[in-house]
Design a protein around this ligand. Structure first.
Ligand code: INI
Length: 150
């Protein structure tokens, strides 16, 4: 599947998010999607993912938008605000624009849990996010086909 995909990546916890991005890029490659077919933009933290995703989605120039980040619980309630707003915002982008916008964001209690989910060879939320994007594009196409038969 070719076309324009946008990958937004959070710089916060970049030790983790760089691995998520590597997983995403490997997933694109495994699906025959070359680097020409996707763009990558870094944002400061997960809190900033939805606003840029919304701006991008509104252009209707992207088949899907993949948001990658890692929110790791600290000692304050900051985690809840960042993770909650990010999840809510990403869903809002999908719902309001119709552009599949994928929540490839780890929300974990600690660094160990995050490391276990960003392995380049094992479980990798970045890789899963790309597969979710492709599935959503296919699902949308199926819906369009059904609609034309009604
Ligand atoms: N951003 C993250 O992506 N992950 C975190 O774990 C995190 N924590 O825990 O603070 C985080 N905070 C920064 C936030 O996303 C914004 O960049 C910042 O608040 C400026 O708006």
């Amino acid at each position: 599947m070719s076309g324009n995909f946008l990958v937004l990546v959070s710089k916060f916890n970049d030790f983790i998010t760089r691995s998520l991005l590597a997983g995403a890029e490997a997933a694109f490659e495994s699906q025959g999607i070359s680097k020409d077919n996707y763009k990558i933009i870094w944002v400061p933290g997960c809190f900033e993912l939805p606003s840029l995703a919304m701006e991008a989605a509104k252009t209707q120039k992207f088949k899907a938008i993949i948001c990658l980040g890692a929110v790791i619980r600290g000692e304050t309630t900051h985690y809840d605000y960042v993770a909650g707003e990010c999840a809510h915002g990403v869903m809002r982008v999908s719902m309001e624009t119709g552009v599949p916008t994928i929540f490839g964001v780890l929300t974990t209690e600690n660094m160990e849990q995050a490391l276990a989910r960003c392995g380049v060879k094992g479980a990798n939320k970045g890789s899963e996010a790309v597969h979710s994007a492709l599935e959503m594009i296919k699902a949308k196409n199926s819906l369009r086909e059904i609609e034309t038969c009604l």
